[in-house]
Design a protein around this ligand. Structure first.
Ligand SMILES: *Cc1c(COP(=O)(O)O)cnc(C)c1O
Length: 395
């Protein structure tokens, strides 16, 4: 097979790469997919191999053919030198932060970060004597003014969790490079398909595989990919913690990977259709979706991103909490629950006010985050329409 190594696939487009990456049928008796390898002990063939620790696989925590398949596929997709697999997306965030930071260091982190990442910084990094300064996601090259002699990492996320602010990642990365600071990006929303992180200057890119890589709300996984500069340090930190992902979850992620482009393209199409529909509703004050020209970060999105996914937020015109609750309870086709990236539509109310420190959150009405699934958009709209009627009756 002419496409059997990543070097020969370099010229191929990502959609084709997704079909071939990480597969080694010749090593799996011809079977198309790498099966689930379970195991702790790996037997060495002889004493010399044991002393030299030379075999490709040496222990369960150090990788199996299943994890190797997913790691190499993800590295290829992300344009990375290497990838490590963690049991959850949040574990991937923490491994990335601990790769770059040591006691006494200073971290700059976006005020729009995924909230549990903020809790890790405030709750654990602080105990390790790492100080975090939260910054306005709109800061761009202005981040240089916040850099101290001990600033060692910048945590970016675009668009922002819940609130969807964009960030000028290339500008921030250029400043970071000048000061030899590690840029860590939570790239879960776009995935490497819609934002090639390392090409844009990111050193360590985090993906919650729980979301679009899984695609079916049935597994938890985190991935950290690294460029050449950070790959060794990432692997070393990862090995110290042995915070590895489970074999079934890696297998399911590999299965999800093969259709990720198709699912994302549909999430983009359907997400945009729903975003435009919301924008035309009298109950809706604002739609926070970076692919809409009305979005404050639209130009950055257009310049740096190759697509948008199916997660966005809306701000309602002012209405009582009781009316919002009546709306949520009246929905039949939108589940209420955390996480996203599956095939089913979800909604969750949110309020960033309680935890933001660098920016003010005053959107002018109740905020709801929607994950648009694969249902028929007309059914979703009918469902929302009847729920809006109930909301108006309560208002
Ligand atoms: C969900 C999510 C995570 C964490 O993933 P888990 O697998 O749930 O721990 C991290 N970052 C972002 C942006 C997320 O949406």
């Amino acid at each position: 097979m002419g496409n059997s190594d990543s070097e020969s696939r370099k010229a191929l487009r990502s959609r084709t790469k997704l079909v071939y990456a990480g597969r080694t049928p010749e090593e799996q008796f011809g079977f198309v997919n790498t099966p689930i390898y379970r195991g702790s002990t790996v037997l060495y063939p002889n004493a010399a191999a044991l002393r030299a620790n030379s075999p490709r696989y040496t222990y369960g925590t150090k990788g199996t053919p299943t994890t190797q398949a997913l790691e190499s596929a993800w590295s290829e997709l992300a344009g990375a030198a290497g990838t490590v697999l963690a049991p959850t997306g949040l574990a991937a965030v923490t491994i990335a932060l601990m790769t770059a930071l040591s006691a006494g260091d200073h971290l700059l982190a976006t005020d729009s970060a995924y909230q549990p990442s903020r809790r890790f910084s405030n709750g654990y990094l602080k105990r390790m004597n790492v100080e975090t300064k939260w910054y306005d996601p709109a800061i761009g090259a202005g981040i240089e003014a916040l850099i101290r002699p001990n600033t060692r990492a910048i945590l970016v996320e675009a668009p922002g969790s819940q609130s969807f602010e964009m960030q000028d990642v290339p500008a921030i990365s250029a400043i970071a490079r000048k000061h030899d600071i590690c840029v860590i990006m939570d790239n879960t929303w776009a995935t490497p398909l819609f934002f090639p992180p390392h090409e844009r200057g990111v050193d360590l890119a985090v993906e919650a595989g729980t979301k679009y890589l899984s695609g079916h709300s049935d597994l938890m996984l985190g991935l950290v990919s690294a460029n050449d500069k950070w790959n060794e340090k990432l692997r070393e930190t990862y090995d110290l913690f042995a915070m590895c992902a489970g074999p079934e979850d890696c297998f399911l992620a590999l299965r999800g990977l093969r259709t990720m482009e198709l699912r994302l393209r549909e999430a983009e199409r359907q997400g945009l259709e729903m975003a435009h529909w919301f924008a035309a509703r009298p109950e809706v004050r604002e739609v926070l979706h970076p692919a809409l020209p009305t979005h404050a970060g639209h130009d950055i999105w257009k310049r740096d991103f190759l697509g948008s996914s199916g997660l966005f937020s809306i701000i309602l015109n002012p209405v009582s909490q009781q009316a919002v609750d009546a709306f949520l309870d009246a929905l039949n086709l939108f589940g209420m629950g955390y996480s996203w990236g599956g095939y089913e539509s979800l909604v969750i109310p949110f309020d960033c006010k309680s935890y933001r420190t660098a920016t003010t959150w005053a959107p002018g009405g109740p905020a709801l985050r929607f994950q648009i699934g694969l249902e028929d958009a007309a059914d979703l709209q009918d469902d929302l329409d009847q729920a809006f009627a109930i909301m108006r009756a309560k208002a």
